[in-house]
Design a protein around this ligand. Structure first.
Ligand SMILES: NC(=O)c1ccc[n+]([C@@H]2O[C@H](COP(=O)([O-])OP(=O)(O)OC[C@H]3O[C@@H](n4cnc5c(N)ncnc54)[C@H](OP(=O)(O)O)[C@@H]3O)[C@@H](O)[C@H]2O)c1
Length: 321
């Protein structure tokens, strides 16, 4: 089969489209013919090995040689004990822990797979897993957004931000989206009440307080986030610099205590089993998936560069076959 392979950390140019052996499913696995793969910031980070947390499992060389974690496709073969699926079933999955999506076929433990919602295309189903899980848990499960609250989504024009802005609006919040200038109009189109160009304005310095900050691009000191929270407010770190992550982990719970401010990491529970509520909302037409650009498998490096250089408004998807 064809697959996009890398063996060392580096820029997108090191990716190679190659012929490799088609994987054979173990007893509890399913061989999926991949139709679409959602591109995530985590692919970009694991390609380059930056930030350092992306090297967990492979400090010097990548542990997995084929990136791509959010897949949608059709069951081609099933292992002996993988009886929940049959050849021909349309399925989707988040396979971040073992990757392998940028290929014509991938083996997936049946436990990680779910039937593809009938109302979604392969591309929409592939866009959903990681971004949908981050947004749902950031806004609802952990964020606990209430009507009338002020919510700021830093990185609101990217993949997770696209769902997070819509979810926060749906739950009655006043939403501010922060991202680069290319994405301001996009965030407005998703429903954001206010937008901030991150290059022109530092939202932590304008003196406006928020009840929830969902931070998809965290590069500031934890104290800066504390001063941007209203009393009782919550700050959730999703991705960004290791320095900020360490501060959040080490002093986050202490520095906001006096004003009942919570500064925490959002440790996202990944997996399509956590996506039911957001799938339902998309079925009801209350949440939309915006796919900015599609790239064929041979152009995975261009797809990653497009996302990594900050052009993607919503999701980028790689189509296979
Ligand atoms: N905590 C967890 O359990 C967990 C689980 C999975 C993934 N993640 C992490 O989640 C993060 C975000 O994922 P995503 O899929 O939403 O990424 P994404 O689609 O790349 O979106 C991130 C957005 O943030 C913007 N951005 C970058 N720097 C910014 C800044 N300084 N200020 C404001 N906006 C900025 C980006 O635009 P520009 O690049 O143009 O600026 C982009 O629009 C990744 O770092 C990933 O590793 C965390």
């Amino acid at each position: 089969m064809k697959a996009v392979v890398y063996t060392r950390y580096g820029p997108p140019e090191i990716l190679r489209l190659m012929d490799v052996d088609t994987p054979v499913p173990a007893d509890d696995q399913v061989l999926v013919k991949v139709h679409a793969v959602g591109v995530n910031a985590s692919d970009w980070e694991m390609l380059r090995g930056k930030p350092m947390y992306s090297r967990i499992g492979g400090p010097f060389r990548p542990r997995h040689h084929i990136l791509g974690s959010d897949i949608a496709g059709r069951v081609a073969l099933t292992g002996r004990n993988a009886t929940a699926f049959r050849p021909g079933d349309d399925v989707f999955a988040d396979i971040l822990s073992f990757m392998g999506g940028f290929a014509e076929y991938v083996c997936v433990p049946q436990i990680a797979l779910a039937p593809m919602p009938a109302h979604l295309t392969y591309e929409e189903a592939a866009a959903l897993p990681q971004a949908g899980a981050i947004a749902w848990q950031g806004i609802r499960d952990k964020g606990q957004v209430q009507p009338g609250e002020r919510v700021l989504i830093n990185g609101g024009g990217g993949g997770s931000g696209m769902y997070a802005v819509q979810l926060a609006k749906l739950h009655g919040a006043e939403v501010t989206g922060v991202d680069n200038v290319e994405k301001l109009e996009f965030m407005r189109s998703l429903g954001a009440d206010h937008v901030i160009d991150c290059a022109r304005e530092d939202f932590t310095r304008v003196g406006r307080g928020y009840d929830l900050i969902l931070d998809l691009a965290a590069y500031r000191p934890a104290f800066a986030y504390r001063r941007s929270l209203r009393p009782g407010g919550r700050y959730l770190y999703v991705g960004g610099s290791v320095a900020t992550l360490l501060q959040v982990l080490l002093i986050g719970s202490l520095i906001g205590r006096a004003e009942r401010k919570k500064i925490q990491l959002l440790a996202v529970r990944l997996g399509v089993e956590h996506l039911h509520p957001i799938v339902e909302l998309s079925q009801q037409g209350k949440i939309t998936t915006v796919i900015d650009r599609r790239f064929p498998l041979r152009q995975v490096s261009a797809a990653l560069r497009y996302l990594g250089e900050g052009h993607a408004k919503g999701k980028v998807v790689v189509t296979v076959g």
